[in-house]
Ligand binder design. Structure first.
Ligand SMILES: C[S@@+](CC[C@H](N)C(=O)[O-])C[C@H]1O[C@@H](n2cnc3c(N)ncnc32)[C@H](O)[C@@H]1O
Length: 267
């Protein structure tokens, strides 16, 4: 697949949240890009430090729910350094092996990692990939893919960074084959007040400090923490996915609602 760097509409006139601030939507695109340019080289280490490694379990749970299969084309949008895509590639290959190995009736999967930030993609390429993986620079709001070309779409900790979420969901639906699966893994709202208090203390006080020490960029981690609070609650986000014409949309809470998986079908 050719690398494509798609640009969002520069004259949208819409506002979008950047952490606790509201900014012009095109300005948000530029600012979020700056955040991930800055944190790309320390991104994976920071994920482990911020979550105590728990993000790996959330990603395992999300990949199991997506259930990658041989022969499928799987698109991981805002794929960053390829954490989800590596899981999908290995799982599809394991299923292929269980079915007797590669062959005309049991072809390899194809897993596309798409991110609009070349720094994140380059950090992922440096980490190494799997044979099924392809890396691509492109925008969730203007996917460089034909209609009805994807069996499964995923976006992990990416959608809250997108300036126009309904547009990204419409694009997801456009590229999905009939019967395709949609999955979004994102931070959410802890359901119990005790978890909420501990989580607020950790995220507002510790995470920006750790970001300052490890990534040399406290402000970017302050944005990440604030962006989680501005993201719609699970039932509002579920309705947004339904508005984009996905069916049978369901929510699975993880770690008491600290994160959640939204999944649905293009039927
Ligand atoms: C928090 S990282 C998540 C990376 C990876 N999915 C993971 O779970 O580790 C968010 C990613 O979203 C990307 N991103 C933000 N807005 C985007 C957009 N409009 N299109 C494509 N990627 C975008 C950023 O460049 C960044 O790599």
């Amino acid at each position: 697949m050719t690398d494509v760097s798609a640009s969002p509409d520069a004259s949208s006139g819409k506002t979008s949240s950047f952490g606790f601030r509201d900014v012009d939507a095109t300005e948000k695109v530029r600012m979020v890009r700056g955040v991930f340019d800055s944190v790309a080289s320390s991104y994976d280490l920071m994920n482990d430090l911020m979550s105590g490694g728990v993000h790996r379990l959330w990603k395992d749970a999300a990949a199991a729910k997506l259930n990658p299969r041989p022969g499928e084309t799987i698109l991981d949008v805002a794929g960053g350094t390829g954490d989800m895509a590596r899981r999908y590639a290995r799982m599809a290959r394991a299923a292929q092996t269980r079915r007797g190995g590669p062959g005309p009736s049991n072809p390899d999967a194809s897993v596309i990692v798409l991110d609009y930030n070349a720094e994140m993609i380059m950090a992922g390429v440096a980490k190494g990939g799997e044979p099924e993986m392809q890396w691509s620079v492109g925008d969730a709001m203007a996917l460089p893919l034909p209609d009805a070309s994807i069996d499964a779409y995923s976006i992990s900790f990416g959608i809250r960074n997108v300036a126009d979420i309904p547009q990204a969901l419409r694009e997801a639906r456009r590229v999905m084959k009939p019967g395709g699966r949609f999955l979004c893994l994102e931070f959410s709202r802890p359901t119990a007040s005790a978890i909420r208090k501990a989580y607020d203390a950790w995220s507002f006080h510790a995470i920006p400090r750790i970001g300052g020490w490890v990534a040399g960029d406290r402000a970017s981690y302050q944005y990440l923490v604030e962006s989680i609070r501005r993201f719609p609650d699970p039932s509002t986000f579920k309705s947004m996915i339904e508005d984009a014409r996905f069916s049978r949309v369901a929510v699975t809470n993880l770690s008491g609602g600290v994160a959640a998986i939204h999944h649905g079908w293009a039927i």
